[in-house]
Design a protein around this ligand. Structure first.
Ligand code: ZN
Length: 311
């Protein structure tokens, strides 16, 4: 793990030095190809990162301008019908979890740049997700309370424990985390607030926005029985159908977790288009891999990783 980190730091450092001396990088080898990118939230420039799922608004804007300049950005419909550029690398931009900042901070940027995005949203209004609460609690250095309640005060260990719990435990832990984080929630709004139904209705009518299914409650789908799974995907699908979203059955797996059995079940439920993330636990070809954007590397390193389809 530590060697992997050193290897990446050396690779990215070398590329930044090359950039300093004017060495360009090639985008030619993948003309006509397509990459799907996965973003999550956007925060304001003056805010400190509390996790790797967010990008500051000026960083995001610079990155999107660079992507627009080098590649061909497409919308979901164009991606699905396959009628995209053969001269450039095509890019589908996706944002997960339906954060309110996708409207307040992302929308003005994509309107200015005139680029389309796909948002994978939940049908769970105004309830913080447990990973966001964990990040707030750790940023406030209140992890001792987690040690007292659950016997775990390490962030990664806590996350891997909760990933494998049944939904009623996930919900009760989320309620307890919310109580711990409550005094600080107002200061971290960008990092947990999700879009209201009214905001989703407005976004769905926006010509640059496509809304898709990220399930009802963002549970690890591998921890659900068949009845729960059906409900999780169909509640979100039904909600998207009610607001006339065009692709209510296009799905992104929460946390990127999936396996072949889950894909077979989703086939029987008619959810055939499924997105995952490259850094997930598997490489099953029944889901479309996405490259998760890294907020801690330079724009140049990010562009090279997009060309390569990996870090
Ligand atoms: Zn998610």
């Amino acid at each position: 793990m530590i060697w992997q980190k050193i290897k990446y730091k050396l690779k990215w450092g070398l590329r930044d030095i090359q950039s300093f001396f004017g060495v360009s990088f090639s985008t030619k080898i993948i003309d006509g190809g397509v990459r799907v990118l996965c973003f999550h939230g956007v925060c304001r420039d003056e805010q400190s990162y509390i996790n790797a799922r967010f990008l500051k608004e000026s960083h995001l804007k610079k990155l999107l301008i660079a992507i627009k300049n080098h590649f061909n950005i497409i919308d979901l419909e164009t991606y699905l019908n396959g009628k995209y550029s053969q001269e450039k690398l095509n890019i589908l931009l996706t944002f997960d979890d339906g954060y309110k900042n996708n409207k307040t901070l992302l929308l003005p940027i994509i309107e200015e740049l005139k680029i389309p995005v796909t948002l994978f949203v939940l049908a769970r209004e105004n309830m913080p997700l447990w990973p966001d609460l964990i990040d707030i609690i750790f940023d406030q250095q209140k992890q001792k309370l987690l040690q007292q309640l659950y016997g775990i005060d390490n962030k990664e260990k806590f996350k891997s424990w909760i990933h494998h719990q049944p939904t009623h435990i996930v919900e009760s832990v989320t309620d307890e985390l919310k109580i711990i984080a409550q005094p600080f929630l107002a200061d971290y709004k960008e990092f947990w607030e999700t879009l209201s139904k009214e905001e989703l209705i407005l976004l769905n009518e926006h010509p640059l926005v496509t809304l898709c299914n990220h399930t009802a409650n963002h549970y690890n789908l591998l921890s659900l029985d068949q009845k729960q799974l059906k409900e999780e995907v169909e509640v979100c699908s039904q909600f998207l159908k009610e607001i006339n979203a065009k692709f209510p059955d296009v799905l992104a797996f929460p946390y990127g977790f999936y396996n072949a059995e889950l894909c077979s079940t989703l086939d029987t439920l008619n959810y055939h288009v499924r997105f995952s993330i490259t850094e997930g636990i598997n490489t099953d070809e029944k889901a479309i891999n996405r490259l998760v954007i890294n907020p801690f590397i330079s724009i140049r390193n990010q562009l090279i990783s997009i060309v390569n389809g990996k870090y």
